[in-house]
Design a protein around this ligand. Structure first.
Ligand code: FES
Length: 132
């Protein structure tokens, strides 16, 4: 992945296609905020182009995560797209009007005693969660 952030407005490559701004421009919504990109960009590309380097946090220590491998292997870039969870932002081509939200999952609780069964408490991130 390139270390350079290139806003969509200054990208010299203009793929064909329609979109919110015409001329290949698209607009997606990320956690309720409009973000402009270019047709053909991945969701990660749109986010990086807007200057966003991290869009989720780890379950254990709330460490920031965004693109790590950029090729669909590490799953660090997971987002929710149009209600579908566990979408790799580096692999999903952004479409005009996509509603993207950041994803956060609580770790499962591991049983302490020998007779205790593990309890899966993973739950999708709820809107308004404080993400402590
Ligand atoms: S950055 Fe590794 S899977 Fe998307």
């Amino acid at each position: 992945m390139s270390p350079f952030l290139l806003p969509a407005s200054s990208d010299p490559i203009r793929p064909a296609g329609g979109g919110a701004g015409g001329g290949g421009g698209i607009r997606i919504e990320v956690d309720g905020l409009a973000v402009d990109g270019l047709a053909g960009q991945t969701i990660a590309g749109v986010l990086l182009g807007s200057g966003t380097l991290a869009w989720r946090t780890t379950s254990k220590n709330a460490r920031p995560r965004g693109v790590f491998c950029g090729i669909g292997v590490c799953y660090d870039c997971l987002v929710v797209v149009n209600g579908q969870r566990d979408v790799r932002a580096c692999q999903r081509r952004a479409a005009d009007g996509d509603a993207v939200s950041t994803q956060y999952d609580v770790l499962p609780v591991v049983a302490e005693g020998p007779g205790d069964a593990p309890t899966a408490t993973s739950a999708p991130h709820a809107e308004g969660d404080a993400r402590a």
